[in-house]
Design a protein around this ligand. Structure first.
Ligand code: ATR
Length: 279
């Protein structure tokens, strides 16, 4: 058989430093199998001082797109020649698409979070009271998609309160967002999202258990084999909990849609990752 009769596989990668731990190649391979798309997806370890060189090399080798992870999301934002509105609002890019027009930068993290909360966890954003903990890159990336869901109020609290105040001011034209000090938080919330890096250090943001109730969804953007300290605290105070594994899969599905024009089913992929994490 003539090998040239087979279409060449389109090439994608996740670029990070470190990147060895990334689950993205497994997720995208599963999406490609499920949707019958012919592509390859690899891990690319970029030097800390030459993200742009790695992107150029990928494009030269026939790359069609990339996911971008720590610590390059700001570099990807700077490198993109065109940006989506949500990437501009996030100030960071986690998805690049390469085509004749140049390098398109998008950010699918916030959409991934919202899909995981609304579709997978079945919790509505409209009319809800949401608390967002943290004001770094992870928090900033999800504010616009959360506000698009029209919550009654989005409260943002951060250890360095000036950062929360600045974000609330920036996003105020897009919805009901206010900044509050941790100590000033009161009443129960429908959704509490931990977008701080505290779980990485097994630390808990200084929040009261009274913020949670039986109707509260506590969401940690981090995930692991065991629940984070934040999720354990929330459970103790009666909340439903969810970690960031679903967000990871849903942001990948959104990237896949951008690249391939088809939205993959995520439930089986998420269940497979969860089982692998537990084993
Ligand atoms: P990322 O891209 O993951 O958001 P980042 O931009 O460095 O990383 O932001 C880290 C966030 O976690 C910040 O909101 C940080 O609070 P400060 O702005 O006050 O530094 C928050 N954070 C990190 N460790 C924390 C802890 N132990 N308790 C509370 N907040 C913490």
């Amino acid at each position: 058989m003539n090998p040239s009769s087979f279409p060449a596989a389109d090439r994608y990668a996740v670029i990070g430093h470190p990147v060895a731990h990334s689950k993205s190649p497994d997720i995208h391979a599963a999406f490609a199998r499920q949707t019958g798309q012919i592509l390859t997806y690899e891990k690319l370890l970029a030097p800390l001082d030459d993200f742009a060189g790695s992107v150029r090399a990928l494009i030269a080798a026939g790359g069609r797109g990339a996911n971008v992870t720590v610590p390059f999301k700001l570099d990807a934002f700077a490198l993109a020649t065109t940006l989506s509105d949500r990437a501009r609002a996030a100030g960071a890019v986690n998805t690049l698409r390469f085509d004749a027009a140049g390098v398109f930068g998008d950010n699918t993290d916030g959409a991934g979070l919202v899909t995981d909360i609304v579709v997978n966890a079945g919790v509505a954003l409209r009319g809800s009271r949401i608390l967002l903990l943290g004001a770094g890159g992870a928090a900033r990336g999800v504010i616009l998609p959360l506000l698009s869901g029209q919550p009654a109020q989005l409260v943002i609290a951060n250890r360095s309160s000036d950062k929360a105040i600045a974000l609330a001011a920036q996003f105020a034209p897009h919805g009901a967002i206010v900044a509050q000090d941790f100590a000033a938080l009161d009443g129960q919330f429908d959704i509490v999202i931990n977008a701080t890096a505290a779980s990485l250090a097994d630390a808990l943001p200084p929040i009261a258990g009274s913020l949670f109730g039986a109707h509260t969804l506590a969401y940690d953007m981090m995930y692991g084999a065991q629940p984070t300290i934040f999720l354990r605290f929330a459970v103790q105070h009666g909340a439903r909990v969810r970690d960031g594994l679903g967000m990871l899969v849903e942001q990948a599905a959104e990237s896949f849609l951008l690249w391939r024009g088809v939205r993959p089913e995520t439930a089986a992929v998420l269940a497979g990752l969860r089982a692998a994490l537990a084993s």
